[in-house]
Write a protein that binds this ligand. Structure first.
Ligand code: ATR
Length: 274
């Protein structure tokens, strides 16, 4: 039987993951079937068990709102998933147990490397302190930035995150008004831009050499990247490459092969222009 994989969430209709993963499979010659499954909000565990025990399921990508439930569902965790407290990739192991992984941060870091953005010894600012930010902190800290600052509207959440990761590098949590100096890289991990909003950011945070990265993406420049362009930032990146990067990392976890992300990105960028 063909190995089955799926992305599960609620809603799930607009997920690009089946298109991305089937393209990876074609490129690497792996015989898999990858579909999108809508799970009821109160039925993650039941449906996930069905998929793995009776549906030929070998692995699963998990998205909103099930990432924390997927963490609890997994029998064991990778280090990066433990740090994230959330799982976006489940894999059935040969012994019948299921390991939970989180490939979001690796996807972000891989995308920054694609753009030749170095994080080593740089000053990095992350906006937001929710699940999306927690999920990427360990892979970013492993790049050994000189300093990592987490700024959030609710200051206590930024400070708590900084405390949780303090053993991995130099980082601090604060509010937006406490930010000082200019940063080499600013990553927007707030959900503010979903509503077309922006946190209150000082102009002095960026100069022409700053790189801005928005974990969000869309057909147009995101609100955050538009803010940066208006202040002279030359390099702005959106989160489409992170999406493809986390997918490539999940594919590697499952199949042991690293697909080339460039053709898939070109395909998705082409789709976006239509
Ligand atoms: P996610 O899983 O996407 O990270 P989340 O855990 O709800 O979602 O976190 C959302 C993040 O966006 C939080 O950091 C939130 O700030 P608070 O912790 O203060 O709520 C941030 N956020 C959402 N809307 C915002 C806005 N309009 N301005 C600034 N920050 C905002």
């Amino acid at each position: 039987m063909t190995d089955r994989y799926a992305v599960v969430g609620n809603p799930i209709g607009h997920s690009k993951s089946p298109q991305i993963q089937m393209a990876f499979a074609a490129e690497t010659g792996e015989d898999i079937l990858y579909t999108a499954l809508l799970f009821p909000v109160d039925g993650f565990e039941r449906e996930a068990r069905m998929f793995f025990e009776h549906g030929g399921g070998k692995g699963m990508n998990v998205t909103v709102p099930f990432k924390e439930e997927a963490f609890r569902f997994a029998d064991s965790h990778t280090e990066r998933a433990s740090r994230a407290g959330a799982v976006n990739t489940l894999k059935l192991l040969d012994d019948g147990t299921i390991v939970g992984d989180n490939t979001d941060g690796a996807g972000l870091v891989a995308d920054l490397h694609r753009y030749s953005v170095s994080m080593k010894n740089r000053r990095i600012l992350i906006l937001g302190a929710g699940g999306a930010v927690r999920g990427v902190l360990q892979p970013i800290l492993s790049e050994q930035p000189a300093e990592l600052v987490i700024a959030n509207r609710t200051v206590s959440k930024a400070q708590a995150l900084a405390d949780d990761f303090a053993d991995l590098g130099t980082l601090k949590g604060c509010g937006f008004d406490e930010l000082e100096g200019t940063f080499d890289l600013i990553i927007n991990g707030t959900s503010a831009s979903l509503g077309g909003e922006l946190p209150p950011l000082k102009d002095s945070l960026v100069n022409a050499d700053t790189v801005t990265y928005d974990m969000m993406y869309g057909a147009d420049l995101t609100v955050f990247n538009a803010w940066a362009v208006e202040r002279g930032v030359a390099r702005t990146i959106d989160g489409l490459g992170m999406l493809v990067g986390q997918a490539a990392e999940a594919f590697h976890v499952w199949r042991g092969k690293r697909p080339d992300v460039e053709p898939v990105l070109a395909m998705l960028r082409g789709d976006r222009r239509r």
